[in-house]
Structures are given as C-alpha cells and as structure tokens.
Design a protein. Structure first.
Length: 223
C-alpha cells in the first residue's frame, strides 16, 4: 500500500532475537443481552456504549454481535460491521450484525446471491447458517482491521475517513484465482458440500477473507 504508515504512538519493534512480535488473542469473557436492553434499533453511539459495557482491559477488544432482528444505524446501507476505539482507555471494539433477514446479498456473500454485480450460485456455508457464516467473514475482516489499525493511525491506504485496511483492500477474495463474482478456489467439505478455507476448534470449518500482504504488495489467501 502506497500510503501505509505505522502509528507514531505505538511502533512495532522486533524482539531481542530480531524476530517480529506475535499477537496473541485470548477470550476473556462473554455477556449476553437477551432482553435487548437498548432496544432493537440501535444507533452507532449505542453500539459504542454496548462495547464499553463489556469493560475490556487496556489493549483489549470488545466484540459486539447483533441478532438478525436488530437494526443498526448504517447496517445494510453502508456497512456490514465496523471497528472503533477509545484512545483514553486504550481499548477497541468490533461490531458485526447478522444479515440473514435484512441484507444477506450484501453482507453474507458468497453464501447468498449478491444484490449487485456478477451473479453466480451461492456457496454452501460451512456451519449451515448463511447469516452466522456471513458474520464470521465480516468479523474476520473487521478484526484484521482493528489489530492493524486500532486507533485510525496505523496501517491503511487512502483517506482516514474511509480507509482501505488489511481485509477491505482485498474485497471478495477468499481463495486463489478469485475474481469479481467468484470467491476463488476453496476446499470443500465432503460430507456437507460446504466451502471453506480454514479449520477451527472442535472440527469446525470457516471461510475467511484474504488479507493484504505488505511484503508482496498483494492479497494473500489461506488456500
């Protein structure tokens, strides 16, 4: 990326052996708001408040997931999720919505027919749920962004108001040979016929988006 730059506040430095530092992610806590304490039509300010209520520690990231019957400001119109931060507390957050009944063609592709652009048959979701598997794609994209550009002054390309980040710089790419309307060459679960490119805990499978690789100046996929 021509305009990538590293945060002036927190610079990545190699360890004593000259190796790049590794990022370790640990799940600290989970909280459910089954009664939708803030209602089922949320503003972005309320999403931020929900993230803050999780009380992540410094350096932590709060993940906010909204159900398919909850609407969020800008959801399906301009975004499928987002990430933000609180510089004062040194924390960040990611929000992703379930688009199953609202805009699966926009936020759950390639598991649903796209709303616009080249039309091709949708892929079988690896966990059997179009909305949730779509959320996983968007979570991976936003999480990659929050790790590489947590406070808006780290790795990105273009304007800081609408940055292209690690995953958003590689839209629609999941496997080698991808092109608009085609997710790429992927693995297939022989039992279900589902498409995936990553293995998770307890035998689960996922489809994760490509990430921009600064060392090659190209998008890198898992398969």
């Amino acid at each position: 990326m021509d305009q990538q730059y590293l945060s002036k506040a927190v610079q990545a430095t190699p360890n004593a052996a000259g190796e790049a530092k590794k990022t370790q992610v640990l799940l600290a806590n989970q909280v459910s708001d089954d009664n939708c304490s803030m209602g089922k039509s949320l503003t972005l300010a309320q999403v931020t408040a929900l993230a803050a209520s999780a009380k992540p520690k410094k350096g932590g990231v709060a993940l906010v997931f909204t159900a398919q019957d909850v609407t969020v400001e800008g959801f399906c119109m301009s975004q499928c999720g987002l990430h933000g931060s609180d510089a004062n507390s040194g924390t960040a957050y990611v929000w992703v919505g379930n688009s199953a009944t609202q805009c699966p063609g926009q936020c759950a592709w390639p598991f649903h027919q796209p709303e616009y652009g080249p039309q091709g048959p949708p892929l079988m979701p690896p966990n059997g749920d179009v909305g949730v598997d779509g959320m996983i794609v968007n979570l991976a994209s936003e999480f990659a962004g929050v790790v590489t550009n947590p406070f808006g002054d780290a790795y990105y390309q273009g304007s800081s108001d609408a940055p292209l980040e690690a995953a958003t710089a590689c839209p629609g790419q999941f496997g080698s040979g991808s092109y608009p309307g085609y997710a790429g060459n992927l693995k297939t679960d022989q039992a279900s016929g589902a498409s995936y490119n990553a293995n998770g805990a307890q035998g689960r499978k996922y489809l994760l988006p490509a990430l921009f690789d600064p060392s090659t100046s190209a998008c890198s996929t898992l398969v």
